[in-house]
Design a protein around this ligand. Structure first.
Ligand code: SF4
Length: 227
């Protein structure tokens, strides 16, 4: 078995484990309930209603780390950052900077494919009010550790929001660095870039404007092109 096919098998095994995970009873109940009750505009769709693994290019040089799937986004479509406002923003910015096959991410089978990029989250189940508890983050953290150990070509990590940044710091043992949108710094062979999360709450209030957002991925592209 080549090194890459072993990596692929290990990642597949991890992803299957994540999909079966029920470590957080509150979240397991919540995502199942959401998948049964649905919202009016998606009432005819079958919701995924399970934990979500990360996805993307196994040889990714850029890792995008989010907070958690959205109840009617990833938890509905079965893929992170797919079928909601955050997914629209992420797909377009990735595509514009050469990190994705197309500028939209609406369904798990829509052909959207990260290029040299991998998308993951700090917690894998959609939480009520988009707020996992500390214990739920802790329960989910080992999955990120394992995932990151397999993604051994990563050179840039883009953290979407303060919580994702805190998770990244925990993952890498970084201490004493504050979060700010657009901030970047190096840690060993990695460049960490901080961004506000492209949630509807941030994009519709103007807290995160398109230019500010796409500049994050322009910066990531420049860093990778210079390495
Ligand atoms: S949030 Fe993570 S640890 Fe908790 S149930 Fe979902 S997959 Fe498992």
């Amino acid at each position: 078995m080549t090194q890459n096919s072993k990596k692929f098998v290990d990642l597949e095994r991890l992803n299957k484990k994540i999909i079966r995970c029920r470590k957080c009873p509150r979240l397991a109940i919540y995502i199942h309930k959401v998948s049964q009750e649905k919202v009016l505009r998606y009432r005819d769709q079958n919701y995924w209603g399970k934990p979500l693994p990360g996805f993307g290019d196994i040889d990714a040089q850029i890792l995008i780390l989010g907070l958690a799937p959205a109840a009617h986004g990833g938890n509905r479509t079965g893929r992170m950052f797919t079928g909601d406002n955050s997914g629209d923003w992420l797909a377009k910015a990735l595509y514009d900077n050469g990190f994705a096959s197309q500028p939209t991410s609406v369904r798990a089978d829509d052909g959207f494919r990260p290029i040299g990029a991998y998308i993951t989250a700090s917690a894998r189940c959609a939480p009520p009010q988009n707020k996992p508890t500390r214990e739920e983050f802790e329960n989910c953290f080992p999955y990120l550790v394992e995932e990151f150990s397999l993604l051994n070509n990563v050179r840039v990590i883009v953290c979407l929001g303060r919580i994702a940044f805190d998770t990244c710091c925990k993952l890498l043992g970084i201490k004493g660095v504050d979060f700010a949108h657009g901030k970047s710094f190096t840690h060993k062979h990695l460049t960490i870039i901080c961004s506000y999360h492209p949630s509807r709450q941030n994009t519709q209030t103007g807290r995160l404007k398109w230019k500010q957002w796409t500049s994050i991925f322009e910066k990531a592209r420049k860093v990778l092109d210079s390495k």
